[in-house]
Design a protein around this ligand. Sequence first.
Ligand code: G6P
Length: 615
Amino acid sequence: MCGIVGGVTNQNITPLLLEGLKQLEYRGYDSSGLLVLSNNNSFLRARSVGKVHNLEKNLNTRKKRIKGNIGIAHTRWATHGEPSNRNAHPHISNNTVGVVHNGIIENYLELKESQSKQGYKFTSDTDTEVIAHAIEFNMQSSNTFLESVQKAINSFEGAYGLGIISSKHPDTIIAARKGSPLVIGVGKYGNYIASDQIALLPITRKFIFLEEGDIAELKLEKITIYNQNGNKVNRPIKTSKIKEGQVDLGVHKHFMQKEIFEQPQAIRDTLESRITKESVVVSAFGYKASEVFKNVKQVQIIACGTSFNAGLVAKYWLEDIAKIPCNVEIASEYRYRNPIILDRTLFVTISQSGETADTLQALKTAKEINNKIDTLCICNSAESSITRESEFTFLTHAGPEIGVASTKAFTTQLVALALLTCSIGVSKKNINKQNEKSIVDGLKRLPGLINETLLQESQIKKLAVRFKDKNSALFLGRGTMHAIAMEGALKLKEISYIHAEAYPAGELKHGPIALIDESMPVIAIAPNDELLSKLKSNLQEVKTRGSQMIVFEDKESKVKSMKAMKIISITSNLGRITAPIIFTIPLQLLSYHVALIKNTDVDKPRNLAKSVTVE
Ligand code: G6P
C-alpha cells in the first residue's frame, strides 16, 4: 500500500528519490521520507507529514543539503501508528541500518519485546522498526550485509517489500520481497528499486521483476539476486513499453476489454497490505478506524451509477455478516430530501473518480445535517474532492480506468466493501476468528477464480449473437445477485444501447413477467446458495412464456436444461463474498461482446461521461 523507491548511482540520488515518490503518490500517502548516505558515510534523513511536496519543501529549507549516491525513500499510509514524522519511513537502527518497508510484519509485537530486552530503543509505533533492529542485530554475527538481511528475514512473519541501506556498506542496497511487489530498475548511471515500475520510468525502461522470496544486492555496476533458498538466480531484464503518464491498450482492442482482464491484478493490488494470513487489517481504513467501527450503529452508503450497485451488494454483506443496519441511496436523491441522520452513523461514499458532483454534495449535506457522523470514502483516486472531504479514505488500487463503462473499479469496490464488512464485524465482535479467516481465504482466491471465469470468454462471445436484433433484455437475480443483475443490465445499456432491466427474481410476477416473450432475452444468475431452489422456480415461470434464456450458474447449481436455454457453469465453491464478484465477470464480457456486434463506441458510449462533475 505504501510506496518504495531507492537507488545506487554515480549522481546525486535525492532528486531521483523525490521524483519517484511523486510518481507513487497515486497510491495514497499520509507522510513520506527519504534517507541518503552522505559522502562521508553518515545517514541524512528527512521526513514530513502530508504530501511529497511537503517533503520537498522540507529538503529545500534545510541548511545542510541532503546529498549522496545511495538512498531509499517511502510514501506511507498509516496502519501501525498514527501519521506523524516519527512514524514515517525510513526507519533507522543504531545509525547503521536504514529501512523502507511495504507490507505488514505480523509478529512485530513479539519481535519488539525481544529486541527491547536486547536493549534496542524504539522511536516509532510502526511494525517496520523491528526490521531495522533485526538486521542491525544480525550484522554483529554475519560476514556480509546480505547474510545479516537473510538471517533477519527468517524471523519475520507477514509480507514485505524492503529497501535497506547501511552506513557500514556504503556501496550496496539490499532489496527483498515476499507478498509485496518490488521491481529493480537497471539504469545507465546506476541501479534502482521501486514498489511500482512507474516510479522509475523517468530513469529507465529496463526492469527485473523480483519473485516471491527473492533478495537482491544492488551495487553501482552489479546486481546479484538470490532466491528464497539462498541460491544465486538469474532473473531476466525486461524492457517496459509503458509510456510515462500514458496508459496503452497492449494486446486488447478496447480499454474496457483490457480492464476486464486486469481485474485479477487490480484485486491483488487492492488486497495488498489489507489482509494478513488470516485476518483483515482494520487500520487500512484509517488509523482510528477500529475505534469508530466498534461504536458505529448504522451505515449509510451513498453513490451513483456502478458505484451505487457496489453499495447494494454491501448492504447484504453488512447486515448479514457484520450484523449492522445499512441503507444505500442514490446520491442525487439523498442530497435533496432532508434525510434524518442518526448519531454514530458511518457515512460511506463510493466513487471511482472521487469527483462525482452528486456524491460529493450528498457528503457535504450529510455533514451539515449531523456534524458528528464519521465519513469514509471508497475511492480509486487518491487526490480527489471526495477524499479531501472525508475523514477516512480507502483507496481501491484498480489503476487508471479509461473505459467509460466501469469494470475493474466495480470489482475492486466490492473487495473494499468486503474488507469493510469484515472490519466492522470484527471490531464489533460480530465475526469470530474462524469466519474472518474464511472471508480472507475467499478474498485470496478471487484473482484465480476470475482468471478461470475469463476463460469462458469464447463461449460468452457466441451468446452475444443472440442480442443482435433485440431491443430489450431482463436480468434476474436474488439476494446480492439482484445487485449484480443491476450492474449487468447497466453495462448492457451503457455500451450496447439495448434497453435492459434488472429485477429481483421473486418480483417477476408483480409486473415484468407481462413483458416476457420470444423477443425478450432473460439473463439469470444462479449461484448455489440458499435461494437457488426459489430461483429455479422463477426460471420455470420465465420458460413457460417462451423467452430465450441465458443462465450463469455455479457448477454445483445444476440448473435443469430447458428448450432455448443456454446454461454456462462459471466455477464452483463460491461463497457469500466471492459469488457476487465472480458472477460480475460473465456479465461484463457479455455486454462487451454485444457492443462489438452492435458496433458501438465501446470505450466512449454516446451521451456518457466517465466522471460526472456537474449535476
Ligand atoms: C458515471 C460513469 C459511471 C460511474 C458513475 C459514478 O456515470 O459513467 O461509470 O459509475 O459516473 O462515478 P464515480 O466516479 O462516482 O464512481
